[in-house]
Design a binder for this molecule. Structure first.
Ligand code: SAH
Length: 287
């Protein structure tokens, strides 16, 4: 068992003998374990995803924003231009984060293994998704990461933000409550705000707490898409839509099931129910 050194500090974070560090976050004392001097060990499960970035300079600035906050996983989805010399210049020493950035062709591929996907949007309340403040989003993201899930925070294009279809892949939207008459931050500035909130939440997560109830691993994006496919098929087979277009019902059902934060066992249970409904529909059709 590791020896933990608990120290309550004054205003400023400081280093302690033995590699421990402590500080105050949001008015609360933060305790770091001497045997685990890395206060942000869960940061490795957090990724920042930039979709369709138009200016390579912003990719560099985002890398810098991540590194200052102890984050390292930058993911690019179909950037208009690959990172270049301007990106490196603006990364200002965060070249390691920039060089380690992974590129995917689309958002679904970039978040396929994620248990929680949060989409950052400059346009408040324009999407049919639960909307979180950055602080709430960071608390949820870190809680999931501590529980073992992969988590993505997704940022859109400089000109047009995230498309609706991309926001549909997210469990919730995040909006920085900026000036309502001028709410669109520069992409890297928005990344910095969220990275800072993640940092605070990660530091808070180092406060020792009772172990959580054991739970099945959270359902990934891929598991959820499999469930939605099966659900859509079943609704057709039981004639749920009765001639109406299925899109509206599917949008509402996606929102409902994404909000429920299902684990893998729960997804299997729902597949079982759907398979039975399909079987009954087939039997009814034969009669
Ligand atoms: N003109 C675009 C804004 C793009 S800014 C639009 O109207 O959507 C680029 C990205 O930065 C956005 O897609 C979003 O991910 C992030 N961003 C900018 N301002 C934000 C805010 N107030 N809250 C949350 N994210 C924001």
């Amino acid at each position: 068992m590791g020896l933990c050194l608990w120290v309550r500090m004054g205003e400023r974070a400081c280093a302690l003998p033995g590699g421990a560090a402590a500080g105050v976050v949001a008015g609360r004392a933060v305790y770091h374990c001497a045997m685990n001097p890395d206060p942000v060990q869960h940061a490795s499960r957090l990724r920042i995803v930039l979709v369709g970035t138009q200016h390579p300079g912003n990719i560099g600035s985002a890398a810098r924003a991540l590194k200052t906050m102890g984050l390292a996983r930058l993911v690019l989805v179909a950037p208009e231009k690959a990172p270049n010399a301007e990106s490196s210049a603006l990364a200002a020493g965060a070249d390691d984060v920039l060089e380690a950035a992974v590129t995917y062709p689309d958002l679904a591929a970039a978040v396929a293994d994620c248990g929680l996907v949060l989409g950052c949007t400059a346009r408040s309340r324009r999407v049919q998704l639960e909307e979180l403040l950055p602080r709430e989003a960071a608390a949820r993201a870190v809680a999931e990461a501590v529980g073992g899930a992969e988590v993505a925070l997704v940022f859109g294009r400089e000109r047009t933000g995230l498309e609706n279809a991309e926001l549909q892949l997210c469990h919730a939207a995040v909006h920085i409550p900026a000036n309502p008459g001028y709410s669109s931050l520069n992409l890297a500035a928005a990344v910095q705000v969220l990275a800072y909130e993640l940092r605070l939440a990660l530091l808070e997560a180092t406060v020792p707490t009772a172990p959580a109830e054991p739970r099945d691993p959270p359902a990934s994006h891929e598991h959820m898409e499999g469930l939605f496919g099966h659900l859509a098929e079943t609704l057709e087979q039981i004639d749920f839509h009765k001639g109406r277009a299925p899109e509206s019902a599917m949008r509402k059902l996606r929102r409902l099931f994404l909000r429920a934060r299902l684990d893998q066992r729960e997804v299997r249970l729902l597949h079982g129910i759907l398979a039975d409904a399909q079987r009954m529909a087939m039997l009814a059709g034969r009669r």
